[in-house]
Design a protein around this ligand. Structure first.
Ligand code: ZN
Length: 269
């Protein structure tokens, strides 16, 4: 008890004697904090409402602000969330919708849309999926779907050309296919030509894939020529600048990737 009183009186004397300098220090700290906030404004997740100083890094990816600590959304989920809330017209009741590798973040939004919703995955373990489907051989008729959403799938698919042809085949004329892939350079350290997709058969182990493509199960590293690949498959690419057009404040706030864009594709009559 004696010790405690002594400590207290010491700390009281310390504050009393140093009041002015501590006050000054406090003001400086507050100013520093304000400066920091201007340079690094707090992050927000539009999906779950998380607000905080940062998002979490994700596995091997070099880019740091990836995963929301609350809902585990990544950059692409947050971008798509903003997109679907702006384009509610795409989630039209009664329309057919093919969704590859369904993600928990969109489950409620899509299921409550009243669409004929087909969540599918090659992996039977995905509990949100209702059908096992290989994107290289889609078991649906030509021109069946009004909406297709295929995000971060093609970089895992051996024959991505076949997959794009299949997506084109099952899309209705004037339907919309939203296709996303990680475009190289953003999350990757090694320098290379970003205009060309990088793929080499000799990189055929998890270690080599991780080293050259940035993730152990990626089969290539797409370049900005990805858009040409979609056009070669027959698609009209209506837009590929949604994220960029959101502006840097929104991009920073939600920690989006400017160049990992949403390719909004359609098919002529
Ligand atoms: Zn979140």
């Amino acid at each position: 008890m004696k010790d405690f009183i002594l400590k207290r009186s010491n700390s009281y004397n310390f504050y009393k004697n140093n009041y002015e300098s501590l006050k000054q220090e406090n003001i400086l700290l507050k100013e520093e904090l304000e400066k920091y906030k201007r340079v690094y404004p707090p992050k927000e997740c539009p999906i779950c409402g998380y607000k905080g100083i940062d998002f979490k890094p994700y596995v091997s990816v070099i880019h740091r602000e990836v995963e929301c600590p609350q809902c585990r959304s990544h950059e692409r989920h947050r971008a798509l969330w903003l997109y679907f809330h702006e384009r509610k017209d795409l989630l039209k009741k009664g329309n057919t919708f093919l969704h590859f590798a369904p993600e928990i973040q969109f489950n409620e939004l899509f299921r409550s849309s009243g669409m004929e919703y087909h969540p599918v995955d090659l992996n039977p373990q995905n509990s949100l999926s209702e059908e096992v489907v290989d994107i290289q051989d889609i078991p649906y008729d030509d021109n069946y779907f009004d909406l297709i959403y295929c995000s971060n799938i093609l970089e895992h698919v051996p024959d991505d050309k076949k997959a794009m042809d299949e997506l084109y085949r099952v899309l209705k004329p004037n339907g919309t296919a939203l296709i996303l892939v990680p475009i190289n350079g953003i999350t990757y350290e090694r320098p290379y030509d970003k205009s060309k997709t990088f793929e080499d058969d000799q990189y055929n182990t998890p270690e080599l894939r991780e080293k050259y493509y940035g993730q152990f199960d990626h089969l290539r590293l797409y370049g900005t020529d990805f858009k040409d690949k979609l056009i070669d498959a027959g698609f009209k690419v209506l837009a590929d600048d949604y994220i960029e057009n959101l502006g840097h404040e929104i991009i920073d706030k939600y920690a989006l990737i400017k160049d990992e864009n949403i390719f909004e594709c359609t098919k002529g009559e």
